[in-house]
Design a protein. Structure first.
Length: 364
């Protein structure tokens, strides 16, 4: 049975969701779309004629056939859209982050639990071939006992390429809230839950100038920290560094390394589904490891498919609210600066089936 979904928000990220839902995830039926800018919804319908256009979000929530709301609005709007959907009795899968603050995230979780609904969200890149393979290697002891990790996302902000970049520098934005979900989600799936953070955070520049052609020359007031350097302690005792900034000119945008007693695993870019994995061993040999799972190309929507399968089979989703709230707790603590204790019931969910992409059977 196909799960019927309505999409709220038809911005930049919606294109890959639309493509994948219609071509890769036949178990999902996208019935309609809604956007404050109607032209965006019309463009989606022109490409996918079966879609309904909802004039308002309330119209989508009143449609009795809709089971799940796919929330692709801007970060500051995630909470209100998800809250309305949960209040209307709809399951929700949201783009990252779950909400702009941990407290708002907890309100969504409480509402989902009260109403007996599923609540999950991006990123789902950790379900791709790269990080599913990395997890199998680490779980099997390929680098021994994990003692630490290091991750970085370094760049000079999205205003040079994004057509509407202002939200990156407003409430709910910043490098940790924008890109941190990929990195922190990958780390907790490889290493378990975080118990403590300490960080320094600042905004290096009070304004940013847009150089993307759509709004060239406009000035953005910066309201969030854009330079965040932090440490995390994991329940296992391992430690990890996470550095995220929009304030530096740098040739290599991302990286992640996992350190073990027997070697180091060089992980793929957490914002991708595939990528190369290398292991450097204590005997100073190095090996590139072939990917052993499916979904090595841009597979956004994979977490939504998993959640829809979980709804049908009454199981926990892999990108459910325990994970997204834990990641939000960690990110907001790091982005705020200072020292924080993190408490969470989060536990890692089982890996995907290796053959999920080919068989259409996602659960083990």
């Amino acid at each position: 049975m196909r799960t019927k979904v309505a999409m709220i928000g038809v911005g930049c990220i919606s294109g890959i969701y639309l493509e994948n839902i219609f071509t890769r995830y036949p178990e999902i039926e996208l019935v309609g779309v809604c956007d404050l800018i109607r032209a965006r919804a019309e463009a989606a319908k022109e490409k996918y004629p079966s879609l309904l256009i909802y004039e308002t979000m309330e119209d989508a929530l009143r449609d009795p056939q809709v089971e799940v709301i796919l929330n692709l609005t801007r970060p500051a709007e995630h909470f209100e859209v998800s809250r309305a959907a949960l209040a209307a009795g709809r399951h929700v899968y949201s783009e990252k982050p779950l909400a702009a603050t941990a407290e708002l995230g907890r309100q969504l979780v409480a509402l989902a639990e009260k109403n007996g609904l599923y609540l999950g969200g991006a990123p789902d890149t950790f379900l791709g071939a790269g990080f599913q393979t990395a997890r199998r290697l680490i779980d099997a002891g390929a680098i021994g006992t994990v003692v630490g990790a290091s991750a970085h996302m370094i760049g000079h902000g999205p205003e040079s390429w994004h057509p509407d970049p202002e939200f990156f520098y407003k409430f709910g934005g910043g490098p940790m809230m924008d890109m941190g979900p990929y990195y922190i989600t990958a780390l907790v799936n490889l290493m378990g839950r975080v118990t403590e953070t300490v960080s320094m955070a600042k905004a290096s520049f009070p304004t940013r100038t847009i150089t993307a052609k759509e709004r060239f020359g406009e000035t953005i007031q910066v309201d969030v920290n854009t330079y965040v350097d932090g440490l995390m302690r994991f329940e296992s005792g391992a430690a990890a560094r996470m550095f995220a900034t929009f304030d530096a000119w740098y040739p290599q945008a991302s990286g992640m390394e996992i350190y073990g007693s027997e070697g180091t695993l060089f992980a793929p870019d957490p914002n991708t589904f595939g990528g190369a994995i290398r292991i450097f061993r204590k005997d100073r040999t190095e090996e590139e490891i072939p990917l052993s799972f499916g979904f090595s190309t841009n597979s956004r929507g994979l977490g939504l498919w998993d959640m829809c399968d979980a709804i049908r089979n009454h199981r926990a989703p892999r990108a459910g609210y325990l994970q997204t709230l834990h990641v939000l707790d960690v990110m907001t603590a790091l982005a705020a600066g200072g020292a924080h204790t993190i408490t969470s019931p989060f536990r890692r969910q089982p890996p995907l089936r290796e053959d999920a992409e080919n068989t259409g059977r996602i659960d083990v």
